[in-house]
Design a protein around this ligand. Structure first.
Ligand SMILES: Nc1ncnc2c1ncn2[C@@H]1O[C@H](COP(=O)(O)OP(=O)(O)O)[C@@H](O)[C@H]1O
Ligand SMILES: [Mg+2]
Length: 166
């Protein structure tokens, strides 16, 4: 199942990330796919805040993974520079995926076969200067439940004026 959100500002993407972050549990894996500037890192910043992490999240551009400690640990992984799946496997990604933390992976398509079998996949698209289209696609029962929870949390958190009429 797929859940779609159109955000109208960086702040709204941050809020969406926050709504997702509060729902996360140990071992959760989120894959964020989208070209540069679509909001993957911004969404991750909101996720971290929702997880109760106070340290600011930055882009892990020159290293594979940044670790943020909080009530739950966040591993922010960026595969932008990965050239082949084998490289991802060599880097020991499984230690992150099957650990106790939450993993957020930017550019998972670089090494899809090194990803776990179940995850929440988010595709981010640039619509215009201030709008981004985010599509959530769940793989596995746990992530289907997570995506349903997110959809209802998001629907009830928004002021009525911004909701599309039924
Ligand atoms: N609705 C929106 N959601 C997210 N980012 C937005 C939005 N509108 C404009 N932006 C801008 O797009 C950029 C997204 O940057 P970033 O999160 O680093 O992207 P990525 O990690 O995908 O390369 C930021 O400069 C942000 O201000
Ligand atoms: Mg980024």
């Amino acid at each position: 199942m797929t859940f779609r959100v159109l955000t109208h500002s960086p702040e709204e993407t941050d809020r969406l990330g926050h709504a997702l972050g509060v729902l996360l549990r140990a071992g959760d894996v989120l894959l964020l796919q989208g070209t540069l500037g679509t909001g993957k890192t911004l969404l991750t910043q909101g996720i971290a805040k929702g997880m109760g992490i106070s340290d600011p999240v930055t882009s892990p551009t020159f290293i594979l993974a940044n670790q943020y400690d909080g009530p739950l640990t966040l591993y922010h992984i960026d595969l932008y520079r990965i050239e082949a799946t084998a490289e991802a496997i060599d880097l020991g990604l499984d230690d992150y995926f099957y650990g106790e933390g939450v993993c957020v992976v930017e550019w998972p398509a670089r090494a899809m076969s090194a990803m776990p079998l179940e995850y929440l996949h988010v595709t981010l698209e640039h619509v215009d200067e201030t709008e981004r289209n985010l599509m959530f696609h769940a793989k596995g029962t746990h992530y289907e439940e997570l995506s349903v929870e997110l959809e209802s949390a998001w629907r009830t958190s928004r002021p009525a004026s911004t909701r599309p009429s039924a």
